[in-house]
Design a protein around this ligand. Sequence first.
Ligand code: RB5
Length: 153
Amino acid sequence: MFFKDKGVYRQNRMVIALGSDHAGFYLKEKIKAYLSNKGFEAKDFGTDSDKPCDYPDYAKQVAGAILKEKYHFGILICGTGIGMSIAANRIPGIRAALCYTEEFAHLARKHNWANILCLSGRFLKEKDACKIVDAFLSSQPEDRHRMRIEKLG
Ligand code: RB5
């Protein structure tokens, strides 16, 4: 598949960094399998079970990997997606968007140039979450929003 990377269309595999806490663990596993079936490369930063853990630890790891430009996008999942989005957005250069619908995911990429998608493990059905992931990965940033993105820093 083609994807746009820094304004250039590339054909190689898109690489995605995944992370969750215990409340997002099961959805993360489903999305990992879904991405792999679609031919994406997914690197799982944990967590590895539903044993309680702290979402900021995983948000920091995934955000750090995105900033090192090792991955094209991140997907972070906690119970609501709120904690992950707060934690990731504290890191300069990260634009994490909590999306509950496909339309939000399209707009998060087109208008906000989001580089991390945050999802709810407790309030989203797997089928809907996969559609949101598809919408996020298939949308491109619109250049008319560049000035606003630059103002975000
Ligand atoms: C864990 O119980 C829950 O608080 C966490 O997954 C998340 O929803 C926080 O925003």
